[in-house]
Design a protein around this ligand. Structure first.
Ligand code: ADP
Ligand code: NA
Length: 330
């Protein structure tokens, strides 16, 4: 059976972008693959976090994983910082990655240009090797992620090729070469306020994203005030009509109805009708998830699942780490 790894940062409450681009794929894939779904808390601390909030967000994200339908019998669900092999592997990977490669990564380029080199942590430069480690420790063949993670996967593939070449023995696969898997619909959900930039849970403008825990009336308000254009024609044209195209793609991902079908269903109708139907579709999707989320947060079940998940993850991760250490002479 092929293996899957993916993770989400507990750096805020997940958005419908995280759901459509990542979590929804996780649920679909758990039946066919050996799956590892991680709460990547060590990635979240590359930028300052409030400790109390961070702890809540870690547990909250775990509850959301389960609330959307991940099943601990089918997938290993765990917290990254509970498996120390991640930090150890990251060090070995950093020592086999150049500063040039890391400085080219867009996250670092953007944030260090904005805040200056003394305004960002060293972790913001070196977190991509941590992510490489997340993936390779579980021998992942496939990594289901949103479109924004392509560059990280390329770095991972470059690293695996280099490491295997440098340290591998003939006829023996030292590290498994992973492939990226991007959702067919909604691999890049855009901000509701600026449809030219990605929807993100760390956006300072809360009107730009729908959080998975937003209440129905908040969802309705945010979708109503989503930026569109003045033509009033519902068509899919991301370049010239990014706002309505983004809403169409969210509608399609949330309901499973193809974009073309939605376009013909709303022919001649206005943005108002379209937006209120979309809002109801999002509310219908999130309401049962939120109910289950609240039940899970109040139960002990969650902590047991996370303990068991970390135990299972550790077994696999430690084996790969040992293989890496042996190969490089440690
Ligand atoms: P964020 O950028 O919201 O903080 P993360 O970095 O934690 O999200 O990403 C978690 C997963 O969600 C990744 O697979 C990422 O590609 C996916 N993802 C994040 N934002 C979006 C989006 N706007 N559209 C589609 N997928 C997304
Ligand atoms: Na599985």
């Amino acid at each position: 059976m092929e293996t899957i790894f993916s993770g989400i940062q507990p750096s805020g409450i997940p958005t419908i972008g995280n759901y459509i681009g990542a979590m929804k794929q996780f649920v679909d894939l758990q039946n066919q693959y050996d799956c590892y779904f991680c709460i990547v808390d060590e990635h979240a601390i590359t930028v300052p976090q409030d400790p109390i909030k961070l702890r809540q967000q870690i547990r909250g994200l775990a509850a959301l994983y389960l609330a959307v339908g991940l099943d601990p019998k089918k997938a290993t669900i765990f917290i990254q910082s509970e498996v120390s092999a991640h930090a150890e592997a990251a060090w070995i990977i950093q020592c086999n990655t150049t500063i040039g490669e890391l400085e080219r990564m867009t996250q670092f380029k953007d944030k260090s240009q904005k805040n200056g080199r003394t305004g960002v942590s060293a972790g913001l430069l070196t977190y991509p090797p941590l992510m490489v480690g997340d993936i390779i420790l579980y021998n992942a063949n496939l990594v289901p992620v949103g479109d924004d993670q392509k560059q990280h996967l390329e770095l991972t593939r470059d690293f695996v090729e280099r490491f295997n070449k440098r340290y591998g023995q003939k006829n023996q696969e030292l590290l498994v070469m992973p492939e990226v898997k991007i959702a067919e619909q909604g691999g890049r959900v855009m901000s509701l306020q600026d449809p030219t930039s990605k929807m993100s849970k760390s956006d300072t403008n809360a009107k730009g994203f729908i959080s998975m825990l937003d209440e129905p009336n908040v969802i309705r308000k945010k979708i109503k005030s989503a930026v569109t254009d003045s033509t009033g024609i519902i068509e899919y044209d991301p370049e010239n009509k990014p706002g309505i195209s983004n809403l169409l793609s969210i509608f399609s991902a949330v309901t499973g109805r193809p974009v073309a079908e939605l376009v013909s269903a709303y022919e001649g109708k206005g943005y108002g009708d379209f937006k209120s139907d979309l809002a109801e579709a999002v509310v219908d999707l999130l309401e049962p998830i939120q109910i289950r989320y609240n039940e899970l947060l109040a139960s002990d079940e969650l902590d047991e699942i996370l303990d068991e998940g970390a135990d299972k993850a550790r077994l696999v991760a430690n084996k790969t780490l040992q293989r890496m250490k042996n190969a490089i002479g440690l």
